[in-house]
Ligand binder design. Structure first.
Ligand SMILES: O=c1ccn([C@@H]2O[C@H](COP(=O)(O)O)[C@@H](O)[C@H]2O)c(=O)[nH]1
Length: 281
């Protein structure tokens, strides 16, 4: 039997405080990057063992976990993702799990994606793409206790191709990502369940988004392997009470060592990042 979990926003607020952490540990299991002894296993077993070990090794330092679905689906290992989320809920029930799926499709299809994220995988939150508009996001919002994390200013350089284009709405001209932030904060967040993705590679934009959306949580990837500026990002994104952000690091933590000591290395990397963040807030 599945035990109901608290609402995502409640879990997140609690985890920020009790874990004293703003760190979101990204689970992007790439077989080529895993320790050699795990590469020798059948791929599904390797993915499970690797992620389970990382979850246990970093749980004391995490405010959330973020598995990226592509790393599982690419190897027909969706059931491994399901098992890992169940494992995390059982062994680390206080840490919310965000399914990074970046879904976006017409309402009828989005309804199926929402069932996949929340009923099949039992994720506490999911990332979605706002490009197809409100009706494409509505099926996720109807799960009012789940988090819906909308792409706003993504961390990749190519995000600027569209997100930086100016749009004029109601005599207001601003870049598309700011319009998305405004739309989510003012119109889509009626249940108080929304958050936004803003990349650490763009701290100025983190600040502009923070100013537009009040205390809405921001999921911020781009620290570590993508070279985002931790100091500038925190300065731009923290809310007044010193929370408000989930700073994601995936490769920087999970591949801190390619040896048999990968779990200890992940612990040290996670702990170091949390200490660095806590010194800045
Ligand atoms: O704008 C975005 C949105 C999502 N991501 C995802 O975050 C992690 C980043 O991994 P690192 O190894 O820490 O660079 C990855 O799963 C991306 O799909 C992002 O990078 N940028």
């Amino acid at each position: 039997m599945i035990t109901p979990r608290p609402a995502f926003m409640q879990q997140l607020n609690q985890a920020w405080h009790t874990q004293n952490s703003l760190l979101c540990v990204g689970l992007d299991p790439d077989i080529q990057m895993m320790p050699t002894h795990l590469q020798a296993l059948p791929i599904e077993q390797a993915i499970f063992e690797f992620c389970k070990t990382i979850i246990d090794a970093t749980a004391p330092y995490a405010c959330s976990f973020k598995p990226q679905i592509a790393y599982f689906a690419a190897h027909s290992a969706e059931h491994v993702l399901q098992d890992l989320i169940a494992y995390s809920h059982t062994h680390h029930p206080h840490i919310p799990v965000i399914l990074d799926a970046k879904r976006g499709d017409i309402g009828s299809t989005a309804t199926q994606y929402a069932i996949e994220a929340f009923d099949r995988y039992q994720a506490d939150a999911v990332t979605v793409n706002p490009y197809m508009g409100f009706d494409s996001v509505e099926p996720y919002l109807s799960y009012s206790n789940k988090g819906v994390i909308v792409l706003c200013r993504t961390s990749n350089a190519g995000g600027s191709d569209l997100q930086f284009l100016n749009v004029s709405v109601d005599d207001h001209t601003r870049p598309l990502y700011q319009h998305v932030a405004h739309l989510v904060a003012d119109k889509w967040n009626t249940n108080g369940q929304c958050a936004l993705v803003v990349g650490a590679t763009f701290p100025n934009e983190v600040k502009l988004v923070r100013d537009l959306v009040g205390d809405m949580p921001l999921l911020i990837p781009g620290i570590g392997a993508q070279g985002g500026d931790l100091n500038a990002t925190l300065k731009a994104g923290l809310t007044e009470n010193g929370t408000g952000v989930m700073i994601n690091s995936s490769r920087g933590i999970i591949y801190a060592s390619k040896g048999e000591d990968f779990a200890q290395a992940a612990t040290v990397a996670a702990q170091g990042l949390v200490q660095a963040m806590n010194a800045l807030r």
